[in-house]
Design a protein around this ligand. Sequence first.
Ligand SMILES: Nc1ncnc2c1ncn2[C@@H]1O[C@H](COP(=O)(O)OP(=O)(O)OP(=O)(O)O)[C@@H](O)[C@H]1O
Ligand SMILES: O=C(O)[C@H]1CSC(c2nc3ccc(O)cc3s2)=N1
Length: 563
Amino acid sequence: MHSRAGFLRSGLRLICRQQQRLATVSRHILKSPLPDVELPTLSVPEYVWQHVDQWPNKVALECGVTGRHYRYAEARELCRRFAASLRRAGLQPGSTLVTVMPNTAEWPIILLGAIEAGIVVSTFNPNFTADELSRQLRDCEPKAIVTLSTVLPKVQKAIALAARQVKPLIVIAPGIEPGSHIPTGTVDFREMIRDGIDTSDFRFTGNAEDTAVLPYSSGTTGFPKGVMLSHRNIVSNIAQHNDSPEISTCEPALGSHQDVLPVIMPFFHIYGISIMLLSKLAQGVKFVTLPRFEPNSFFKLLEEHQATVLYSAPPLILFLASHPGVRPKYLQSLRRVVYAAAPLGSLDVERFLRRAPPNTDVLQGYGMTEASPSVSHTVIGSTNYDSVGVPVPNTEMKIVDAETRTDLPQGEMGEICLRGPQVMKGYLNRPDATAEMIDRDGWLHTGDLGYYDKEGHFYVVDRLKELIKVKGFQVAPAELEEILRSHPDIDDAAVIGVPDERAGEVPRAFVVPKRSQISEEDVKKYVAEKVSEYKQLKGGVKFLTSVPKSPSGKILRRLLKSQ
Ligand SMILES: Nc1ncnc2c1ncn2[C@@H]1O[C@H](COP(=O)(O)OP(=O)(O)OP(=O)(O)O)[C@@H](O)[C@H]1O
Ligand SMILES: O=C(O)[C@H]1CSC(c2nc3ccc(O)cc3s2)=N1
C-alpha cells in the first residue's frame, strides 16, 4: 500500500533526533512512569485496519437514530472506494480536503478514505458561521469540500467570501438523509463509494512525516490555527494509548467481546479523530453516532446499545451528575468513563460517581490539538480526580517558569511543557507561532499553568492567559467555578477578570441558578467562606440561563468579557 522504505527512513531520522534531544538532561524532567511502547512506522490507514480481518462482520459504525450501519469489512472497502474516487476526480496526494460535517456514521469513511488517498484532511466545525469558515478556507486552500446538503448553503456562502483564494474542485454532498436531493454542481458521495468502483489502480505512496490531518485549534485564546499532524504523530499517540494497559480503555473485539462507544463528542476535533475514532477502530469497537445531543436519544442509545465506554468532556459529566432524567439502567453497562479537554473538579466527578454503577473507572486525559492530542492520563484504578495523571508512554513533561523558561522543581507552579513523538509538525502558514510554541530542544510549551506532586502526578490549574491578576496575585477561574458549582442552588458557573482601579483586576462570576432563587449576596458569601480575601467575587455576580461553551466544554470567556 505504501512505501515501507519511506516510513523506515523517516523512523530512523526520528530516532537520531530523539538521541540528540537526550543531550539536554535536567533533573526536573519527568519521563512517563509507564513502559515505552513500540512506535509503529505505519500510515494511519494501515495502522487502523491492520487487524480488520479478525472482526470483519462486527458492526463498526451505526447511526443511533436510523440504525443505518456499516460492518468492519464493508467500512474498510468503502474507504478504499472513496480514496480511489477522489484520485479519479483529480485530487493529488498532498492536496487538502475540508470536511464541514456534524457527526454521522459516514464521517469516518470520509476521513480515512481521504487520508488513504494521501490527502490532508482538515476538519472544520460545522457550527461555524460562513465568515469563520471562510477564514479557515483561505488559510488551507482546499481542493475539495465534503459537507451535508443541509449545511451546503452556508458552505457555498463561505466559498464565495473566500473567493479569490479558494476554488474547490468538487463539493461532495453525502445525501444520506432519506430522499435528499443533491444540488447541481456538486458530487454525490454515494456515487463515490458505490459497488463497482475500481480500486485496483490506486496506491498510497507517502511517508511518516506527511501531514495526515489538519485540525484547527479551538480558538479559545485567539483565532484558530491549523495544526499539521503527521501519520507518525497520530499513529504514535494511538499506540501510546492502545499498547499501554494502564490507560487503554477498550479491548480488541475478539471472540464475543466488542466494546460499544456512544459518540457524543464531535468527530471534527482531534479528541474525536484520534482518541475516540482512529484508536478504537483499530480495536474493533462499535461506534453509535447521534447527529446532535438530545437527552432522550442519548439515554436510549446508552440503554439499547449497552454502551461500555463513554468518552466525554466536563459538560457531559455535569449533565449526568445532575439531570433528573438519568436512571441507573442507562449507566449500568458502562465500565469506563473518560473526560478531557477542559477542567473539572473532583467534587463534580464524585457527584457523577454517586449515580454510576459501583466500580466504574473514571479516567481523565489532558491534551491539546498540538499534541495529537494526548499528553497525560490518569491510570485505571486511580481515584485522584484532581490530577490529570502521568505523562503517556514515550513522553516527557516538565514545568518551567513561563517568563524565563527555566525548569522548576516538584511542587512549583509554572507552564506545563511536553516532549514526545505526538508533538505536531507545526502550524500551517505560521512559522513564528510554531517557533514560539516548540523550542529548540523540541519542548512544546502548552500555555497551561500547573505543577506535579511527589508521586509525579500532574495538575492543571488553568490557562496562563485566563488567570486573573488581583493586586499581583494569580486567581484561577477554574478553582472558583468548581466552588460555585458545589452550591446546591447553582447548576453551572463561569468566572472572568474585570478591570478594577485599585486591584488591577477582580473576579466576576456568571452563575446559572437552579429552579430556586439565589441572590448575588448569597453567592458572594458562599465563595467568601471558602477562599482567601483576594479571590473573592469583588467584580460581582451576574445570572445567566447557560454558560457559553465550545463543543468540547471550554468556557468561552471572551463572549462573557464582551458582554
Ligand atoms: N483535562 C484537562 N483539564 C484541564 N484543561 C484541559 C484538559 N484537557 C485539555 N485542556 C485544555 O484544552 C487546551 C487544548 O485545547 P485545544 O487544543 O482545543 O485548543 P485551544 O487551546 O482551546 O485553542 P487556541 O489554541 O486556538 O486558543 C489545553 O491547553 C488545556 O488548556
Ligand atoms: O477536544 C478538544 O478540544 C481537544 C483539546 S485536548 C483534547 C484531548 N486530550 C485528551 C487526552 C487524553 C484523552 O484520553 C482524551 C483527550 S481529548 N481534546
